[in-house]
Design a protein around this ligand. Structure first.
Ligand SMILES: Cc1cc2nc3c(=O)[nH]c(=O)nc-3n(C[C@H](O)[C@H](O)[C@H](O)COP(=O)(O)OP(=O)(O)OC[C@H]3O[C@@H](n4cnc5c(N)ncnc54)[C@H](O)[C@@H]3O)c2cc1C
Length: 168
């Protein structure tokens, strides 16, 4: 057979030598393990609901999760939100986070800094909810809602639930 060497009969006992090879020290230390459960992982998600510092605190994330559940979307966040521990790091999108290209990206209470946009501006349709009309995200958005998120998001979720119930 090409590229092979056939075994050779020596006709005598062969001495077996045991060699101790010390295993190299692992230079990587596992400090934490987080398993992503449930939804489609961010890089493959077609629908993403993302929120930023405008949420004021992690205790308010229920309205984001409810909207995402209603749409069947994956949740994401801006970097400071992950850095302060409001959300897990695997949700952070942008230049230093996950780069995504969903069909729909809904950005809630996110200013639209260039480093954030770098990871999301390949989304097909971007919808932005922000109470500041000067927020840079409005320049990149396909649709913008200039309003208080705590008012708009629950109403949007309720409307979607009604729409889904009527279509079933
Ligand atoms: C080297 C480098 C890399 C970076 N990489 C990333 C990255 O990968 N991803 C990333 O996201 N950032 C990154 N950043 C940080 C980035 O520059 C911004 O600071 C960050 O994106 C801002 O996050 P934010 O929009 O959540 O918060 P903010 O800038 O504080 O914006 C909060 C927004 O919420 C709005 N808001 C507040 N209250 C309400 C309300 N009640 N209703 C509606 N809207 C409201 C405000 O008008 C504001 O626009 C990076 C920065 C650096 C220097």
């Amino acid at each position: 057979m090409g590229n092979s060497v056939p075994p050779k009969e020596l006709g005598a006992a062969v001495e077996v030598q045991m060699i101790e090879v010390p295993a190299p020290q692992n230079r990587v230390k596992v400090v934490d393990k987080q398993t992503v459960k449930g939804t489609v992982p961010l890089p493959e998600a077609e629908l993403v609901v993302s929120a930023g510092r405008g949420m004021k605190g992690p205790e308010n994330w229920g309205i984001i999760e409810e909207l995402a559940d209603t749409l069947g979307a994956t949740t994401a966040c801006s970097r400071p939100v992950a850095d302060t521990g409001w959300r897990p790091h695997h949700e952070h999108v942008g230049q230093t986070g996950v780069a995504i290209r969903p069909n729909l990206y809904i950005a809630i209470g996110i200013s639209g800094a260039i480093q954030h946009l770098a990871g999301v501006n390949n989304s097909k349709v971007m919808v932005v909810i922000n109470k500041d009309p000067e927020a840079p995200f409005f320049k990149a958005a396909d649709y913008g809602v200039c309003a208080d998120l705590f008012d708009v998001v629950p109403r949007l979720t309720e409307s979607l639930k009604k729409f889904k119930a009527q279509s079933n």
